[in-house]
Ligand binder design. Structure first.
Ligand code: NAD
Length: 281
């Protein structure tokens, strides 16, 4: 696995992955339409790490561009996407074109090249079915109870009776996974000799690494000394009240486990943000 294409390579996951693959001496091409705020800075950061990186300014909706970028690649990591739930509800056509047609284009390009594809989905594919799982209310958090105590497994039903939009949301309780742990798993998957074609892995920090918004605010106060005041509002359309993945399949197949705890991850993110304040002004 030497020649690699990362769609959405200037995004959060894609640029972190590209950074690791560059350090592992792989030939990396990223394809991104730079629609995401900060994506140009991410691309410039990658260029500063390795001036040889191939950066393709293109859109996954354009098959010819995807096919050209995928030519000769051993593996494609597909991380490009329209990630906002709210946008998917306001403009479902654009969401469909980027996420469904874009993914089809990537798969079709991979088929022509016989490349391995690792694709990022989202817990939002389980939609509001997740809200039917019984939960236990603890003082600062909710947890799943009953059969789903350890989280949502890969066989959880996605044939929702409500909408299942795509993207990343602000959840009341969820598992958190530091980017380096996700990338460690991606590389294990791509290099695996095991027959995992077509397999789905629910990935996250798992039950051990869950965090509620209240707990997050408490940790931020501990790190920064700043008390965060908040008000409670109604659920937004498509919010999942609690979500965390049962990661036991990924753990047993790849011998993988998250190494960075939520506390360490939040501290690292806080320090990075403090050191890079200019990016947010
Ligand atoms: N970050 C998370 O916590 C998380 C959690 C669950 C799932 N995911 C999924 O992982 C994937 C990557 O997430 P991320 O956090 O890196 O998102 P991101 O928004 O940081 O990165 C996505 C990248 O795709 C690019 N992009 C968007 N539309 C495009 C298009 N039409 N053509 C080409 N490039 C396009 C954007 O410019 C951006 O650089 C997404 O599919 C997301 O739903 C992420």
């Amino acid at each position: 696995m030497d020649n690699i294409l990362i769609t959405g390579g200037a995004g959060f996951i894609g640029s972190n992955l590209a950074n690791v693959l560059i350090k592992n001496k792989k030939n990396v091409t990223i394809l991104d339409n730079f629609s995401r705020q900060g994506s140009r800075q991410n691309a410039a950061w990658l260029r500063s790490i390795n001036s040889d990186i191939n950066i393709v300014h293109a859109d996954v909706r354009n098959f010819s561009d995807v096919k050209n970028a995928a030519s000769g690649k051993d593996a494609i990591f597909h991380t490009a996407g329209q990630v906002a739930v709210t946008s998917s509800i306001m403009d479902p056509r654009e969401d469909f074109e980027i996420n469904a047609l874009g993914t089809f284009n990537v798969l079709e390009a991979a088929r022509k090249n016989d490349s391995t594809v690792i694709y990022c989905s989202t817990n939002k594919v389980y939609g509001s079915n997740v809200n039917d799982v019984s939960i236990e209310e603890l003082p600062k958090r909710y947890e799943f109870s009953g059969d789903h105590r350890n989280g949502i497994t890969e066989d959880f039903h996605i044939d929702a009776h409500h909408h299942t939009p795509y993207g990343v949301s602000k959840l009341v309780g969820e598992d958190v996974l530091f980017a380096s742990d996700l990338i460690d798993l991606f590389i294990k998957e791509a290099e695996s000799e095991k027959k995992i074609h077509g397999h789905v892995f629910n990935v996250g920090g798992g039950k051990k690494n869950t965090l509620s918004l209240i707990e997050l605010m408490e940790q931020l106060k501990k790190i920064s000394g700043i008390k965060i005041s908040y008000t409670k509002d109604d659920w937004r359309a498509a919010d999942q009240k609690v979500y965390y993945s049962d990661v036991s399949k990924a753990m047993s197949v790849f011998g993988w486990e998250p190494k960075v705890s939520p506390e360490e991850g939040i501290k690292a993110l806080f320090d990075w943000t403090s050191e890079n304040r200019s990016l947010f002004i």
